[in-house]
Design a protein around this ligand. Structure first.
Ligand code: PMP
Length: 427
């Protein structure tokens, strides 16, 4: 049983001692005290299906015994900085990760977060090319430090500090974009940005293949090959941000960029790869990786033994339990059921995504695509009361983000959709 303080006491402390910028889901925020696989438990032992855990951290399921065991064993043995001495954990995980990458992508730099991974990737692109200009997509989220905030392109996530040298290209958004699902037409804007906004030479291009924070937007088919073509012609490196879409989540492929048949120069990842343990990575080719030997590059905890032991355990669990396959099977079923709901409720404007990275966009008018903001909050609140947690995102805050741990079952998927169905039927 839980013996800690009650939720209101925690909230009061948080208000007094923590950043005033912290925000939380739900009117009455949830006090999460335990996690077991796809479920979370509050202080009263009430169970919730975690339909949003994947975005926060979790690949294999909360507190997966194999991952916990690897972490405990490693912390009983040694936990230290990565840099100065040898330890097998970092080398073993780097080898395993490299085996999951296409082409010559086989040199790994470890970081502690997605922001750090993208900062490093952008710096590498700038060093390698000797150029400063980066192209990213409108509506993207890549992090909240100097360079990554520049690449992020939603006003709500941007502070008024220097973010130089980033150009934001048209977002190839099949639902709201001007060219519908024609990826090549949107990619023409990348060429225009290069021709009219730069010297004709760029450092690189960064994008997610399915935007997460942006509201589960799958880039229009054909976009990445055409955009990468323009960027390569301008001498730039192509960076795939796989922080949300990567690591088997989308089911059909291990990495999101594979859905568009491209091979990036640099791939970044974080979040689920440590199943809740802070861990990020940048993977690139040996030739590109060389640029960091020009100076000393040091990251105290990037790839430390504890986190990389966790990372390796995650990959092993994914293989042992066929989690990518499960993401495909359960994800496709979940998407089918959500799409059926769209037939039932006018308020659902769009159902999209792949595997266990799904989005449901609510609109008050299907023709105008008017964002149904307050309705989205209402549905989330009601579903929580029924024991189902989902997330929310998109520029207008009207897109449900459904990204559960990869171990959820068909029965869980039914429970999630039934809770949404019931809630909408009462609106
Ligand atoms: N890239 C993407 C696609 C993300 O969704 C996020 C986090 N939402 C980041 C980068 C930044 O990761 P972190 O919060 O670990 O710094």
């Amino acid at each position: 049983p839980y013996t800690g303080p009650p939720a209101d006491e925690i909230l009061a402390k948080r208000k007094e001692y923590l950043s005033p910028s912290l925000f939380h889901f739900f009117n009455k925020p949830l006090n999460v005290v335990d996690g077991k696989m796809q479920y979370l438990f509050d202080e009263n032992g009430r169970r919730y299906l975690d339909g949003f855990g994947g975005i926060a951290t979790v690949c294999c399921g909360h507190c997966h015994p194999d991952v916990v065991d690897a972490i405990v064993k490693q912390s009983n043995r040694i936990q230290h900085s990565t840099v100065l001495y040898l330890n097998h954990a970092i080398a073993d995980f780097a080898e395993a990760l490299a085996s999951k990458m296409p082409g010559n992508l086989k040199v790994v730099f470890f970081t502690n977060s997605g922001t750090e991974a993208n900062e490093l990737a952008l710096m590498i692109a700038r060093l390698y090319t000797g150029c400063h200009d980066i192209i990213s997509l409108r509506n993207a989220y890549h992090g909240n430090a100097g360079a990554t905030m520049g690449a992020t392109a939603q006003s709500s996530w941007k502070f008024n500090v220097i973010q130089s040298g980033v150009h934001h290209a048209l977002n190839p958004d099949p639902y709201r974009g001007v060219f519908g699902s024609d990826g090549e037409k949107y990619a023409k804007d990348v060429q225009d940005v290069i021709d009219f906004g730069t010297t004709g030479h760029v450092a690189g291009f960064i994008s997610e293949s399915i935007q997460g924070v942006g509201g589960i937007i799958e880039l229009a088919p054909g976009y990445l090959p055409a955009a990468y073509g323009s960027v390569k012609k301008a001498g730039g490196l192509c960076i795939a941000d796989e922080v949300q879409a990567g690591f088997g989540r989308i089911g059909s492929h291990f990495w999101g960029f594979e859905t568009q048949g491209v091979v990036p120069d640099i791939v970044t990842m974080a979040k689920g790869i440590g199943n809740g343990i802070p861990l990020g990575a940048v993977v690139t080719t040996p030739e590109i990786a060389e640029v960091l030997t020009r100076r000393s590059y040091f990251n105290t905890f990037g790839g430390n033994p504890l986190c990389t032991a966790a990372g390796l355990a995650v990959l092993k669990v994914m293989e042992k339990e066929n989690l990518q396959e499960n993401a495909l099977v359960v994800g496709s079923y979940l998407k089918k059921r959500l799409t059926e709901l769209k037939g039932k409720y006018e308020i659902i404007g769009d159902v999209r995504g792949r595997g266990l990275m799904l989005g449901v966009e609510l609109v008050t008018d299907r023709q105008q695509k008017t964002p149904a903001k307050s309705e989205s909050i209402h549905v989330m609140e009601q579903m929580k009361e029924l024991g189902v947690l989902i997330g929310k995102g998109g520029f207008y805050g009207n897109v449900f983000r459904i990204t559960p741990p990869l171990c959820i079952t068909k029965e869980d998927a039914d429970f999630l959709v039934d809770a949404m169905d019931y809630t909408m039927s009462k609106m």
